[in-house]
Design a protein around this ligand. Structure first.
Ligand SMILES: C[S@@+](CC[C@H](N)C(=O)[O-])C[C@H]1O[C@@H](n2cnc3c(N)ncnc32)[C@H](O)[C@@H]1O
Length: 291
């Protein structure tokens, strides 16, 4: 007997069961994300298609996506786009997938008193990757000069595509560079960075999904994970204006060490902030008057 064609809901159930067997997390959500991308709608609107039989091209694309996720590829790369705050950004292997805690880093910068004192702040994001931080700041702040720096030309090319996709290309500049030492002394109002901070020996122990798909240059922070903080804080002493601020995303065991470095280099109001899960994930400080 010929099998009757399956509705979208049945296809999603079957796909989710397959993903569950391959130990993919949140398998039903993953199937919904794939379907929503193919139907060009939100996950919450899929119910409109749930009892219909998908077209063959949708079924084929669902199968292709399912295979990639089952083989260990992050869903974000399979979808090719991901939401970050108010923006939908292109994501691919050229740069790290933007994480939810980094949205909180942007929130911390936006709420900082440092910005209240600047009419047109110079905001620099070191290790810009997909551009998620600097593009969000440019989107959500009325005024400013916004610069994203990255060592990786691949990441920069993605960030520039994202600037064009989000209509922010006239507001944000991108440049290849190592750290932020090339800015004029005392010129930067806000230095923000989510740098690579995983200790080298721990990188190989990361989930396969991360290790095999996301760029190592985005992860490896040297022997103790603090290499880039040392370099950034050293440069920040020179380039951040007195009264300007530095804002870092950090590993959850690095709060004490990063706070110590900031204090050692004369920064004031050093604060370690927790993410919504209660882990110490952000460091912020102000450049002292004599900076
Ligand atoms: C953890 S990723 C963060 C990407 C993006 N800002 C985000 O939050 O999703 C770190 C980024 O820093 C870049 N990077 C690594 N070392 C760097 C350095 N010394 N100077 C500038 N960028 C660096 C990597 O290429 C990578 O894009």
């Amino acid at each position: 007997m010929q099998e009757s064609p399956k509705t979208l809901k049945q296809c999603l159930d079957l796909g989710a069961q397959h993903l569950e067997r391959t130990q993919v997390e949140n398998p039903y959500v993953v199937m919904e994300l794939l379907a929503a991308r193919l139907y060009g709608c939100g996950r919450m609107d899929l119910h409109r298609h749930a009892d219909l039989v998908p077209q063959q091209r949708v079924l084929d694309a669902l199968r292709r996506g399912l295979r990639r996720v089952a083989a260990g590829e992050p869903i974000q790369y399979v979808l090719g786009q991901w939401d970050f705050r108010q923006l939908t950004l292109k994501v691919d292997k050229r740069a790290l997938i933007p994480r939810p805690e980094t949205e909180q880093l942007v929130e911390i910068v936006l709420n900082s008193p440092v910005l209240a004192h600047c009419a047109k702040p110079l905001v620099v994001d070191v290790g810009t990757g997909s551009g998620c931080i600097i593009l969000s700041l440019a989107k959500e702040l009325d005024n400013g000069v916004f610069v994203g720096i990255d060592l990786s030309p691949e990441a920069l090319s993605l960030a520039m595509e994202n600037a064009a996709l989000t209509g922010l290309e006239d507001k944000v500049h991108f440049a290849r560079g190592e750290g932020c030492g090339e800015f004029d002394p005392g010129s930067v109002d806000v230095l923000v960075s989510n740098p690579p901070y995983i200790p080298s020996r721990s990188v190989d122990g990361l989930e396969r999904k991360i290790l095999e798909h996301e760029p190592r240059i985005a992860l490896d922070g040297g022997a103790d994970g603090l290499d880039i903080f040392r370099a950034l804080i050293f440069d920040a002493v020179m380039v951040v204006k007195p009264g300007g601020g530095v804002f870092f995303e950090i590993g959850d065991e690095q709060g004490g060490a990063v706070a110590g470095l900031l204090e050692e280099f004369g920064f004031t109001d050093v604060e370690i902030k927790r993410d919504y899960a209660g882990r110490e994930r952000f460091a912020m400080a102000t450049q002292g008057d004599s900076g």
